[in-house]
Design a protein around this ligand. Structure first.
Ligand SMILES: [Zn+2]
Length: 543
């Protein structure tokens, strides 16, 4: 009997083990394979749909814009430099302003009446692109004229790390440092802490408002993100600075308005202009590949895309009001015609055109095609439109060239600007300064963009995922034409390789088929020091 019970117990135990193994092992195995293969599984292409109609393609190709179209006789180089001599410099950045939502870039809504008026006396750059659709790296490219893979500021593991102490070479020539050394009073007014000395951006300015670095928590609360008077707050500080300058000191003001960036706290007078209406020209769509992350952890967009676009447009109108106020204050002091004014953005904003929400990870035009206007002082400079390809990195070398500011141009990578002076375009001496523009995103499935007027090539890390868009027939970038035009993609990838190899840290992972992206992280600042973490926590960027 005892032996029988023992035998039955053993049989039962073996049976349980067999059943357990049959159920659990495959699950364990599957789980293990999934985990282990995070870096090996590639996204699938999203079904492409029919290609754009050939008729549309022919029509689009027939419409060729002149590269440089200036009214009257363009100035000579000497005349151009004489037109800015002794003038002040004001750069206004509207955070996350995409060019196609400005009236002077063809948007049918009245989002930017002040900027449109200024544009009629300025040079409008129609095909201008940012280097990175993210505030810190883009602003550093503006100040240094360097590409992100050279200046080193990027968000390598999500949102938090972008606020880490930045490794910009301390010998780097910066716009504010150069102007300061040449007698300018340099002031930064920023509604976004990600474009402030608190995170190592714009550290050479003599005055920074608000003083983010000293009491991060207090200043963050006081700053733009949660106030409907954030634009006015900067304007008040600018007014004080103008009074302090007293019309005697030449100044360089960098003004960074947080809107149209979220949150959407535009005063009611701007929100009521667009609320409940149907946005023009807006179409939702998908990215070229599955799995590529299109949603950002920090984005909390409105559920309805129409509502989102309306709120965004109201915020843009708010930023435009700020630009108009800057103009009014300069005019009141008789400084408007003694000031070079540049209006631009650090990046655009994706509102589900390709599934992407917000901007950091989106490689499409909605996130990288930005406005650029240059208004010369005293009505003496050029006026018109330029469609040659230009980039954020060009602004610093252009200012240096216009004002005759010298710096050692043969310094090592990371210390000198890499952009091109736009002076040859402004005098009509050239119709192009480059063949391609380059932008990039970061994080898991980072993407590099190579773009000219006709094509946009997206290269994801690992070199296997590529998408090519024929912008002539498909400006909305909806049809991946890679299989139809392999030679075009090859030529553009070769151009990217040359560009990549000219960077301080060449981003060759976009071409390397053996590269495996790291497992996706949630950007909790894994590589940050304890001190930086506590600073970020105080700023509200870390849980
Ligand atoms: Zn930004």
């Amino acid at each position: 009997m005892g032996r029988l019970v023992g035998w039955l117990s053993t049989a039962l135990l073996v049976g349980v083990l067999v059943v357990f193994a049959a159920i659990a092992v495959p699950r364990w195995h599957r789980a293990r394979v999934t985990t282990a293969s995070t870096g090996d599984s590639y996204p699938e292409p999203i079904p492409n749909g029919p290609p754009p109609a050939l008729a549309a393609r022919r029509d689009a190709r027939a419409e060729v814009r002149p590269a440089v179209s200036l009214s009257g006789t363009p100035p000579t180089e000497e005349e151009l430099r004489a037109s800015v001599r002794g003038s002040n410099i004001v750069i206004v950045v509207m955070d996350a302003a995409r060019s196609d939502h400005l009236g002077c870039y063809g948007y049918p809504r009245d989002t930017t009446p002040n900027i449109d008026r200024i544009a009629r006396q300025a040079v409008v750059f129609e095909d201008h692109f940012c280097q990175y659709p993210c505030t810190s790296p883009s602003t550093v490219s503006l100040f240094t004229g360097q590409y992100p893979d050279t200046h080193g500021v990027k968000p390598p593991s999500g949102h938090a790390a972008l606020l880490a102490a930045h490794p910009v070479d301390e010998r780097a020539v910066t716009m504010e440092g150069l102007l300061r050394a040449n007698g300018y009073w340099t002031c930064l007014f920023s509604g976004n802490p990600a474009a402030s000395p608190a995170v190592g951006v714009g550290t050479d300015f003599q005055l920074a408002f608000p003083a983010y670095g000293k009491h991060p928590q207090k200043q963050w609360t006081q700053a733009a993100h949660h106030r409907s008077d954030s634009v006015k707050m900067l304007l008040d500080a600018i007014g004080d600075a103008l009074a302090a300058a007293g019309g005697e000191h030449r100044f360089f003001f960098y003004i960074h308005f947080l809107p149209p960036h979220s949150p959407y706290r535009a005063p009611e007078e701007f929100q009521s202009l667009f609320r409940g209406k149907t946005p023009p020209n807006h179409r939702e769509g998908k990215a070229a590949f599955t799995l590529v992350s299109t949603r950002e952890r920090t984005a909390q967009p409105p559920k309805s895309t129409d509502e989102w676009v309306n709120l965004y447009d109201a915020n843009l109108r708010w930023a435009d009001w700020g630009v108009g106020e800057v103009e009014r204050m300069l005019k009141e002091r008789g400084l408007w015609e003694q000031t070079l004014v540049i209006v631009t953005a650090d990046h655009g904003e994706a509102m589900r055109e390709h599934g992407y929400e917000w901007h950091h990870t989106c490689p499409y035009d909605e996130a990288i095609h930005i406005p650029l206007l240059i208004k010369f002082p005293g009505g003496r400079g050029p006026v018109g439109r330029i469609s040659a390809l230009t980039e954020t990195v060009d602004i610093m070398p252009t200012i240096a060239d216009l004002y005759g500011l010298k710096y050692p141009s043969d310094g090592p990578l990371g210390t000198v600007p890499q952009g091109k002076s736009l002076v040859p375009l402004l005098t009509g001496a050239a119709t192009r300064v480059r063949d391609y523009v380059f932008s990039r995103t970061g994080g898991h499935w980072a993407c590099s963009v190579v773009r000219n007027h006709e094509w946009s090539l997206l290269l994801y890390t690992g070199g296997k995922l590529r998408a090519l868009y024929d912008l002539g027939s498909d400006p909305g970038q909806t049809y991946n034409a890679l299989a139809d035009h392999p030679k075009v993609a090859e030529t553009m990838a070769a151009a990217f390789e040359s560009h990549a190899k000219a960077q301080r840290v060449p981003p060759l992972e976009f071409l390397d088929p053996n590269y495996r992206p790291p497992a996706e992280t949630q950007g909790q600042g894994e590589s940050l020091s304890g001190e930086t973490k506590s600073k970020l926590r105080a700023l509200g960027y870390l849980d």
